[in-house]
Write a protein that binds this ligand. Structure first.
Ligand SMILES: *[C@@H]1O[C@H](CO)[C@@H](O)[C@H](O)[C@H]1NC(C)=O
Ligand SMILES: *[C@@H]1O[C@H](CO)[C@@H](O)[C@H](O)[C@H]1NC(C)=O
Length: 232
């Protein structure tokens, strides 16, 4: 249902997924429920997803990380038309390996991208990648999200960055696990862990290596024996 970008380590909607819209709605519901129930999820979407959920639109800047060639195109100092030889027609590969052509403008294959119209190309390309090509999937996803968060003041109170924070927690740079959350013995063991081990511990116990809003002190953790007749 989603594609994964190794470079940015983010997910995006798979525009050629065979899954029905109900599945995307379900994922949207899960994200909404995560906010509602104060859960942190280990899902990483680009910021533009949250911006779109808040009713804003994606722009070229949202693609800049995943697609550096767009920036190159905009900043290229030579003759774009002669050196790059691209047109307003783009190609994509469908699940069966077929190349599909899409015209960003009517008869796009016959309109070369030039120094003068490259801004328009980038705008149309971004609109296609961030909106049109995944419109069906995103709409279903958003429907699910709003089912849970509807009539909540989410949209008015939070910026997209803050919604991401609510869903994914904050990136943990160095893991400081506070003593008051744990028993002393346990704390000592944790304290002896390397940063990497602490991160893995967090991942193992909470399902994500990110800390909840308010910091790790907000984690409620119960350490119990694995049954009455064992030392584990
Ligand atoms: C997108 O979905 C199609 C159909 O299920 C699948 O064949 C393809 O591999 C997916 N693309 C990615 C990048 O995962
Ligand atoms: C997204 O694309 C659809 C057409 O496919 C269009 O109606 C809609 O206005 C676009 N949304 C934005 C935010 O540009």
């Amino acid at each position: 249902m989603f594609t994964y970008d190794e470079h940015t380590r983010l997910f995006w909607f798979n525009s050629s997924s065979f899954e029905n819209e109900g599945q995307y709605t379900l994922i949207g519901i899960v994200l909404g429920l995560a906010i509602y129930n104060n859960c942190i999820l280990d899902v990483h979407f680009p910021m533009v997803v949250y911006r779109k959920l808040m009713g804003k639109k994606g722009t070229f800047r949202d693609l800049a990380d995943a697609n550096p060639s767009l920036k190159e195109l905009l900043e290229y100092e030579g003759n774009v038309e002669e050196d790059m030889m691209i047109t307003f027609q783009i190609s994509q590969t469908d699940p069966f390996g077929n190349r599909l052509m899409y015209d960003l403008r009517e008869n796009g294959d016959r309109i070369p991208v030039t120094n003068d119209n490259r801004k328009e190309f980038v705008a149309l390309y971004s609109e296609y990648m961030l909106n049109k090509s995944v419109e069906k999937q995103f709409k279903a996803f958003r429907r699910g999200f709003h089912m849970v968060t509807n009539e909540s003041p989410l949209k008015y109170l939070f910026r997209p960055e803050e919604i991401e924070l609510l869903i994914c927690g904050s990136r943990v740079r160095s893991v400081n696990i506070h003593q008051n959350s744990f028993s002393l013995e346990f704390w000592e063991t944790l304290h002896s862990f390397s940063e990497e081990q602490k991160r893995l511990f967090l991942q193992f116990t909470t399902g994500t290596d990110r800390a909840p809003v308010g910091g790790l002190g907000k984690l409620k953790m119960i350490i119990a024996k694995n049954g009455p007749d064992t030392d584990r």
